[in-house]
Design a protein around this ligand. Structure first.
Ligand code: KG4
Ligand code: ZN
Length: 347
């Protein structure tokens, strides 16, 4: 029997994503973004994002179906992001998914956004091995996950105690006077700078942090260190070597992320690492991960960037995995959860 056709809906932040997946095959991935509307505010405005999702939802579903030449009646199951994310935006997606589930009389699966970021890699690189490590890094999350079964068994080894990696880049971007979101700008400048110019702190890497926070991250001290360094230079009337600051900052973030992740792989006997989330576009992280994974004999899987930023494919992929694993569907009264635990794969 053919694998079920799963329609996935993602609305946790500013992207309205709708995709169709059968098995591990992606049929279509349609996305509408309201980022342009947020850029002038320097951050995502949940009310604005919610209204944009409401307007984009039906057209994006229609676009996905049209592009894949699929009729809605062919859909076997609906998957939707139940959390974590912004409550208003999540609610729009969940409402649309519930309406489809009722209208089509097909099962609904409320799934975890962050686990979707890891699962989407299966559409590109094939099924994950029995045990894999996933580093999910974006503007909203920085989490290290031990994935024993993407549909049923995920353990959160660590996460950020303060800022997410992308968020730290955006904040440092702001203090360097770069446009929002600052992440890609810092990446570009860092490529022209010297990563060894300034030794910025590596959060939670001291010996005393090993017991409790071996796999947790903290970037706010680093951000403050960059701010202090820039302030001191400015006060002394000196020019800021922006490229070197960007490169040294990016180096510190990439160093901590890769060192902790590879240590976790060794600790848990894992030789496959997936990196997902919008921050995985970062050149410094990619280069360092590639180098260190090669040295450590770890197979590194990073999906193309369009599947790393928020999208419907990641939700359809996870929906497809849970349906095939025989997980029970969600009830139609499921809530959305802005801080859904990462061990909860479905609700
Ligand atoms: O996954 P995503 O599109 O949205 C969230 O769920 O947050 O991630 C966007 C985040 C932003 O913080 C952005 O500045 C950062 O990822 N980002 C980057 C790069 N591309 C995106 N940060 C550093 N270097 C990049 N090349
Ligand atoms: Zn995300």
């Amino acid at each position: 029997m053919a694998d079920p056709l799963v329609l996935g809906i993602e609305t946790s932040c500013d992207e309205t994503g709708v995709a169709l997946v059968r098995g591990d095959e992606l049929l279509v991935d349609a996305v509408a973004s309201s980022m342009e509307e947020h850029a002038r505010y320097g951050g995502i405005i949940p009310e604005v994002a919610s209204r944009a999702h409401l307007e984009a939802m039906v057209p994006t579903i229609q676009k996905a179906l049209g592009d894949a030449d699929v009729d809605l009646s062919e859909v076997d199951a609906i998957a939707v992001t139940a959390g974590p994310g912004l409550v208003g935006p999540l609610t729009i997606g969940a409402s649309a998914a519930k309406a489809l589930s009722i209208g089509l009389n097909k099962p609904l699966y409320g799934v975890n956004h962050v686990i979707g970021h890891a699962c989407v890699d299966q559409l590109v690189d094939g099924p994950l091995p029995e045990r894999a490590m996933a580093l999910v890094v974006s503007g909203g999350h920085s989490s290290l996950l031990l994935v024993d079964d993407i549909a049923t068994d995920v353990t959160e080894l660590g996460s950020t105690l303060d800022d997410a990696a992308g968020e730290a880049f955006d904040k440092v971007g702001r203090l360097l006077g770069l446009p929002y979101p600052g992440g890609p700008h810092i990446d570009r400048l860092a490529r022209e700078g010297d990563p060894t110019a300034i030794r910025f702190p590596r959060g939670l890497t001291a010996a005393k942090d090993q017991a409790k926070h071996a796999y947790d991250f903290s970037f706010s001290g680093l951000k403050t260190a960059v701010a202090r360094w820039v302030e001191a230079r400015t006060d002394a009337g000196q020019e800021i070597p922006v490229n070197d600051v960007a490169a040294s900052f990016a180096e510190a973030v990439a160093d901590v992320l890769t060192a902790k992740t590879i240590a976790a792989c060794h600790r848990h006997g894992v030789d496959t690492l997936v990196i997902g989330g919008g921050f995985s576009a970062n050149s410094q992280l990619r280069d360092m991960a590639a180098k260190r994974c090669a040295e450590a004999g770890i197979d590194l899987r990073i999906p193309p960037i369009r599947y790393c930023t928020d999208n419907g494919a990641m939700i359809a992929a996870l929906g497809s995995a849970v349906v095939r694993a025989g997980v029970a569907p969600s009830t139609l009264d499921i809530p959305v959860d802005s801080s859904m635990p990462l061990t909860t794969i479905t609700v």
